[in-house]
Design a protein around this ligand. Structure first.
Ligand code: GLY
Length: 313
């Protein structure tokens, strides 16, 4: 089986780099990091890294995690500001600390200690989207945001980027030694309450890899994946003997038990231990991308549709 990489659709800007790492004999974990970094730098992607849409206070806060299926080693950062590549910081957490997750100022302190450069992540375009929504919804308190947090909490309930609600990037790679790794990076739910973590830095919710069975990662409304333990469920269903198709479908069906007025989009990319892959969604028309070391260009494939009752958008 040649090396293979799969990713969410917005990962197409990085998948060639990830495959190139595998072609050079690099590891699955190196491929995942290499694939996600260009997505984090993409100014046209308002759901990940630089130019991500900000939180309620207009600050870009990022979440990310990485997991190595060889050892179940993992690292994550949450609600981190001013660093463009949280995936690389998450990897450093995994490799340099006896911890798994760092958040907020602790994550920023660690990034500085590890030599990562600070960067202002709020682009003019993202700022304008934020200001427009704010001035349209609450013109009377505009300019006094800190004093009107009670009004602003209403903003949390509004859809994020109308074109890409709750986007995030997922990568899963399997190298030619059969090792599997996965990574996730996001700016999370636009206009989120400051400090909110989605599923992306929560191992088992938005990300999980185990060489013996496979890997899964999620995009969509993170609160749902956290409540259902979605990524780990896929891998556990594989362990229990289900096929990849059955495991992903069952994890999507688990979301039916989530009772919530904000049921939103949910998407899973998944791979089994043999490198077979599939992706699942509750939204019509969603796709994912894959590329093997034997392919010249990536290919886009439809996700398997598993509708969620009560989907609001
Ligand atoms: N799935 C990304 C988030 O909810 O933050």
């Amino acid at each position: 089986m040649p090396g293979v990489v799969i990713c969410s659709k917005n990962g197409d800007v990085g998948i060639r780099e990830a495959v190139e790492v595998l072609r050079r004999g690099g590891s699955a974990i190196d491929a995942v990091e290499a694939g996600i970094r260009p997505v984090e730098s993409n100014p046209d992607d308002h759901s990940v890294g630089y130019s991500g849409l900000p939180n309620l206070l207009g600050q870009v806060e990022l979440d990310s995690s990485i997991m190595d299926g060889r050892t179940l080693a993992t690292g994550a950062v949450g609600a981190i500001k001013d660093y463009e590549h949280p995936i690389s910081i998450a990897r450093k957490v995994m490799e340099d600390l006896p911890h798994v997750i760092l958040v907020g100022t602790g994550a920023e302190r660690f990034a500085a200690e590890m030599g990562f450069e600070k960067k202002d992540l709020l682009t003019e375009e993202a700022r304008q989207v934020y200001e427009k929504l704010w001035t349209e919804k609450f013109p009377e308190v505009y300019g006094h945001r800190e004093r009107y947090l009670d009004r602003m909490r209403e903003l949390v309930k509004h859809a994020a980027d109308p074109e890409k609600p709750n986007e995030t990037v997922n990568f899963i790679a399997r190298d030619d030694r059969g090792d599997i790794a996965c990574g996730v990076s996001t700016s999370g739910w636009a206009w989120k309450y400051p400090g909110r973590l989605g599923d992306s830095p929560i191992i088992g919710a938005g990300n999980y890899a185990d060489n013996r069975y496979g890997a899964a990662a999620c995009t969509g409304r993170g609160e749902m994946a956290i409540r259902a333990g979605t990524a780990r469920s896929v891998v556990l269903y594989l362990k229990m003997g289900m096929s990849l198709l059955e495991a992903g479908t069952e994890a999507m069906k688990d979301l039916h038990a989530v009772v919530d007025p904000y049921i939103g989009s949910m998407n899973i990319v998944a791979m089994d231990a043999g490198g077979n892959h599939a992706a699942f969604t509750n939204s019509e028309g969603a796709t994912y991308v894959f590329m093997t070391t034997a392919m010249k260009e990536p290919e886009e494939k439809p996700r398997i549709l598993v509708p969620t009752p009560g989907l609001t958008r």
